[in-house]
Design a protein around this ligand. Structure first.
Ligand SMILES: Cc1cc2nc3c(=O)[nH]c(=O)nc-3n(C[C@H](O)[C@H](O)[C@H](O)COP(=O)(O)OP(=O)(O)OC[C@H]3O[C@@H](n4cnc5c(N)ncnc54)[C@H](O)[C@@H]3O)c2cc1C
Length: 228
């Protein structure tokens, strides 16, 4: 039943009013939008965001909603380099009161059960974990059983304030990340839930590493950020 509900939510379309842009670190920006009363999502899910204030090619991209519904705001965070795509240039043009549209929420990258969980973020793949951590904090469940490993080789970790109350490691090397992963799998083996998000190469490498540590495929959820 939940599968069909999740699948059908792709047809829900919301107009979101832009509030403000916040610089999180070098080349990383959050965009905040007003939340419609009837819009909701499960922390960890993403929406399909469409630029509507001008005509551009590839006007729709999936972006994770990094906030929780109880924060009453739709927050997305993305990397924007010196040579941005038309989509990201258009995001940078938004001024308060302008609109984008969002279809969704979409995806199954959310917590279904309590118990030990390892959250592994590679680079901008941190976005769903902000929402998941906020949910756990608000519901006061699971927090002592969740560990967040956040790899950013540029040491530009964002959302640090949001992760004050969670067991988190801010990492800069793959070697250290794999050591931490091994420590968790050694303790929890296949009884844990494993969530990995970020660019395709990192996510797939980490999933393979977990499998080589005897974590079964069904215990691993992946959010692959195509486009990085
Ligand atoms: C489930 C899911 C969740 C995701 N969540 C997030 C998220 O939370 N945050 C996030 O940032 N991304 C997320 N993504 C990825 C996102 O959808 C984009 O693919 C990604 O942000 C790259 O977007 P882009 O517009 O820069 O990409 P592309 O259009 O692929 O551009 C890539 C690069 O190509 C160059 N380029 C492209 N067009 C032009 C142009 N017209 N002129 C000059 N240069 C150009 C630029 O250098 C640009 O940076 C998610 C993807 C999925 C599938």
């Amino acid at each position: 039943m939940s599968f069909f509900k999740d699948a059908l939510s792709i047809f829900k379309k919301s107009e979101l009013i832009f509030i403000e842009r916040v610089k999180e670190s070098a080349g990383v920006y959050s965009f905040l939008f007003k939340k419609d009363q009837d819009l909701t999502w499960k922390p960890g899910q993403h929406g399909l965001f469409t630029i509507t204030h001008k005509k551009i090619k590839n006007s729709t991209k999936p972006l994770t909603v990094a906030s929780t519904p109880s924060e009453d705001v739709v927050k997305v965070t993305t990397k924007i380099g010196d040579n941005p795509s038309d989509f990201k240039s258009a995001l940078l043009e938004l001024e308060a009161g302008m609109k984008v549209s969002m279809s969704g929420p979409v995806g199954s990258f959310y917590l279904k059960e309590e118990g030990p969980a390892l959250f592994i973020a590679a680079d901008i793949g941190i976005t769903p974990f902000r929402a998941l951590v906020k949910q756990i904090e608000a519901e006061q469940t699971n927090s002592n059983k969740v560990k967040l490993l956040y790899l950013d080789s540029q040491n530009g970790h964002i959302y640090k304030e949001d992760f004050k109350n969670v067991d988190v490691e801010f990492l800069t090397t793959k070697e250290k990340l794999l050591q931490e992963v091994d420590a968790f799998t050694e303790q929890h083996k296949d009884n844990g839930q494993y969530f990995i998000a970020g660019p395709k190469a990192e996510v797939n490498m980490l999933a393979e590493h977990l499998k080589s540590n005897h974590v079964s495929k069904r215990s691993i959820k992946k959010d692959v950020f195509m486009g990085y």
